[in-house]
Design a protein around this ligand. Structure first.
Ligand code: UD1
Length: 444
């Protein structure tokens, strides 16, 4: 099953190849009405795919989102020797079966790693499985410093020798990893996942304190538990892992994407209309749930998902701080800001997770938004309506924010930097078009 043709399902779709010259043309003003299927979560599927490296047995994932990050990670895993088999059906969406009966630790591709921050997760899993790993420094969105010091310190505490020279991380654990007590300085999502992946194969008990509590981590814990791992403390900030047991295969359905849910709900609030967000779960939103409600986004629980619409009072300004889960998700900060740009009244949006996550502000200003940034807070004074402009996405979530802004704006917005949208979302533009949005791809 290990040959490139196995990704044909991915390769056949237009979203797979994000031609750098392609832009999105978004005609503002159409109401969104219809059904929008929420895909499997981007931030859940990546660590789940990596977890397959921990066992020689088959791991099958259902509800896999068709995003560029998934394609890049598929490619990386194939180069490591993992067999991939794709299938598709209407009920579970894309399914992926991974077979890591052999893993070749030396074959990690620098260019691919440079495209995606989550490739750092390969470090813990490959090291735990093979006793060594060699990984170029990971890339990803330019939204802040994004160090990997917590990942490295945790693996060192587990007995790994880690050396970073010439932009390459070399890690060795010739006698295997051993359980350790690790206290994270911040509840880092990636470091929690990396250490969790390493800990299930390490001998003895690992305790991760100040662990991140994002729902995507619980999803990974559930999949690892189905593979036979013993992990206590799911959904809490202390994870205790009894490691060292050989893992078996598992079948797991990826959690729905809470960031896509929040983003599309804001889009509906901006355009008006009513959209059924299929498979969406409001309980995953954390503090973003009440914040969206306060801003005028109505989410009604219905059979099979959530019904999204704008409240009769319209969109009103709110103040928010991004925080680790269950706080307001930093990944929703830019889409929500795009919505608040046309709210009644003013909003204060404070970003506490990433230092450079206001790069969408200049783009929103080109569209007529009234936003000023002071330190980590953006002051947003709502205007009547945005106007179309040519804008550029600089990261995954900024791309979604600019799509949202374009849907509400007067005229045709041209969005460049489309690969960012395709990296994080499963055919978002196509799914919006099915709800009445007027969006086309243009190579001009
Ligand atoms: C993950 C998500 C991303 C989300 C972010 C915060 C994935 C693939 N990506 O990113 O969408 O925005 O969580 O919810 O799941 N830090 C360090 N040293 C480290 C690790 C992190 O200083 O070793 C800092 C980061 O620079 C950042 C903060 O900790 O300021 C949080 O980062 P982290 O939670 O690790 O984010 P990611 O896992 O990169």
């Amino acid at each position: 099953m290990n040959h490139p043709a196995d990704v044909s399902l991915l390769a056949a779709s237009p979203w797979w190849r994000s031609d750098p010259g392609t832009s999105l043309v978004i005609r503002g003003g159409s109401r969104l009405v219809g059904t929008y299927p929420i895909s499997g979560a981007k931030n859940a599927v990546l660590p789940l795919m990596v977890s397959a490296l921990l066992t020689p047995h088959l791991v099958t994932l259902h509800n896999v989102p068709a995003s560029l990050d998934v394609a890049v990670l598929s490619n990386l895993l194939q180069r490591l020797g993992v067999g991939l088999n794709w299938s598709s059906n209407g009920r579970t969406g894309l399914s992926l079966t991974l077979c890591a009966d052999q893993v070749h630790p030396a074959r990690i591709d620098r260019d691919l790693v440079g495209r995606m921050r989550a490739s750092v997760l390969l470090l813990g899993a490959v090291l735990a499985r093979c006793g060594e790993a060699c990984l170029p420094m990971p890339g990803g969105d330019a939204i802040g410093l994004r160090g990997i010091d917590f990942h490295v310190a945790g693996l060192r505490a587990m007995g790994a020798e880690v050396d970073i020279t010439g932009g390459v991380i070399h890690a060795k654990a010739p006698r295997g990893l051993r359980g350790a007590e690790v206290a994270l300085p911040l509840p880092s999502v990636g470091a929690t996942e990396n250490l969790l992946l390493a800990a299930v194969l390490a001998s003895g008990r690992t305790v991760i304190r100040n662990a991140a509590r994002e729902p995507e981590i619980a999803d990974l814990v559930h999949c690892l538990a189905a593979m036979g791992a013993q992990i206590e403390g799911v959904n809490s900030d202390v994870l205790s892992i009894a490691g060292g047991r050989p893992l078996i295969g598992a079948v797991h359905t990826v959690l729905p994407d809470r960031i896509e849910l929040g983003t599309v709900a804001c889009a509906v609030a901006v355009t008006g209309g009513e959209v059924m967000l299929q498979r969406a779960r409001a309980d995953l939103l954390g503090a973003a749930g009440p914040a969206l409600a306060a801003a005028g986004v109505v989410l009604e629980n219905v059979d099979g998902g959530l019904l999204a619409r704008r409240s009769s009072a319209g969109i009103t300004g709110i103040d928010l701080h991004t925080r680790p889960y269950p706080g307001f998700a930093t990944d929703l900060q830019s889409p929500v800001m795009a919505m608040l740009a046309t709210a009644k009244g003013a909003s204060a949006v404070t970003e506490t997770i990433f230092e450079q996550r206001f790069r969408h502000v200049d783009e929103l200003r080109k569209m007529g938004a009234n936003i000023t940034v002071h330190g980590r807070t953006a002051w947003v004074r709502g205007v009547e309506r945005l106007t179309a402009a040519r804008v550029t996405a600089t990261d995954v979530r900024a791309a979604a924010a600019l799509v949202l802004a374009g849907l509400g704006a007067k005229g045709d917005t041209i969005l460049d930097g489309l690969d960012h949208l395709d990296r994080g979302y499963d055919r978002m533009a196509d799914k919006l078009v099915a709800c009445g949005a007027v969006i086309t791809r243009s190579s001009a």
